[in-house]
Design a protein. Structure first.
Length: 374
């Protein structure tokens, strides 16, 4: 009998089909392997204990009320192969505009925040209605089948939605933490019976490195664009999106949860850490609450011989600082961490993509041509 060990584990994620039904898994295969670092999804059974008074001090039996799965995974940030995960977390990728063809073999994916996260029909302005691939019954689906081969068995998390996504980086690397909401766990799936076919796009995840990062920050402006003069050096960063999905069950879903929906406003927060406390510019903006805008750009290797590079952009159209930490921890140089909350911009900032009309926009440039929301 094989003994489970972390180094033997393998994970895959595949976004569920545009005509798929909630609670129905799909098979993971080629190009679906995820760059897993750790996984902490835990099954839990909620029970009602026997409280009938019958001359006994103990609980005689119990009834199962629900079967829930809670937790998440941490993956490495990579330039290709995580498009479906990012799209499922943010919620939308316009069919007409994404991926945009930059050059032969070079495509730019644009992932936008969605007002709703549950299954929705495509609407005018979403792009697909103007395309030839639209069929009756096609929907925008923001959930996926997540599988982890733990050696003893494959754990299949069906109709998994992303409630929280956190992108963070420092000198040790760049990671993406996902707080997940699965419909159920199946450890004896008839769909995902083997991990042999799970593979990495082009046999290389193309890791995003911290030294790939360039951060530009300046006062929000609809007329003056960010430029290299706005570049600042950071030693850490964190960008966090909370979708605030409601986990609930009803008489139709039975022991399991109904498809989660947004229960309150989403929240986008973050922080930047500067390795040296050199000036009070951003401290002044904490006091005056002046709106800021920022672009975090990470650039990797060239895509073939095209002259274009694998790139990952995080666009923050409007944010304001909430808190600044500059602790004196000893005789060394002081670091300073600026925490912030993102807001809806009054207008798309100058020089930003036209889709940057909400609190957060993510773009990925690589050689993959498929829109993951389709």
């Amino acid at each position: 009998m094989s003994i489970a060990a972390g180094y033997k584990s393998k994970t895959a994620w595949r976004k569920e089909d545009k005509q798929g039904a909630y609670g129905v898994p799909i098979e993971c295969g080629a190009d679906h392997q995820a760059p897993l670092i750790s996984e902490s999804l835990t099954p839990e059974i909620e029970k009602q204990l026997d409280n009938v008074v019958r001359y006994k001090a103990g609980h005689g039996s119990s009834d199962v009320l629900s079967r829930l799965v809670a937790g998440g995974i941490t993956i490495e940030a990579v330039y290709r192969g995580i498009e479906a995960i990012i799209c499922s977390a943010l919620g939308f990728s316009n069919y007409t505009a994404s991926p945009a063809t930059i050059a032969a073999g070079v495509y730019k994916h644009t992932f936008e925040l969605s007002e709703n996260m549950q299954t929705e029909s495509w609407a005018a302005g979403d792009g697909i209605l103007a395309g030839s691939g639209y069929l009756a019954g096609d929907n925008k689906v923001r959930r996926g089948t997540l599988c982890t081969d733990k050696t003893v068995s494959i754990w299949e998390y069906i109709s998994t939605m992303v409630d929280i996504i956190t992108i963070k980086g420092d000198s040790k690397g760049i990671r993406i933490e996902l707080g997940l909401v699965p419909y159920k766990l199946d450890r004896a799936s008839a769909v995902n019976t083997s991990s042999a076919a799970w593979s990495i796009p082009d046999d290389d995840f193309m890791s995003i490195l911290f030294q790939d990062a360039v951060l530009w920050i300046d006062d929000y402006s609809a007329s003056v664009s960010l430029s290299s003069v706005d570049a600042v050096g950071i030693s850490e960063f964190e960008i966090k999106l909370e979708n605030n999905l409601k986990i609930e069950k009803d008489s139709l879903s039975g022991l399991y949860i109904a498809e989660p929906k947004r229960d309150s406003k989403r929240l986008v927060t973050g922080s930047f850490t500067f390795p040296r406390y050199e000036n009070d510019t951003f401290l002044d903006h904490l006091d005056d609450q002046a709106a800021q805008m920022a672009m975090l750009k990470l650039t990797g290797a060239q895509i073939g011989a095209t002259g274009y590079y694998n790139t990952f952009w995080i666009w923050l159209p409007t944010f304001k600082f909430d808190k600044v930490d500059a602790p004196v921890a000893g005789p060394g140089m002081l670091t300073v961490t600026h925490a912030f909350t993102c807001e809806l911009p009054a207008a798309v900032p100058s020089g930003f993509p036209t889709q940057a009309s909400k609190e957060l926009l993510i773009q990925i440039q690589n050689e993959l041509v498929t829109n993951p929301l389709i």
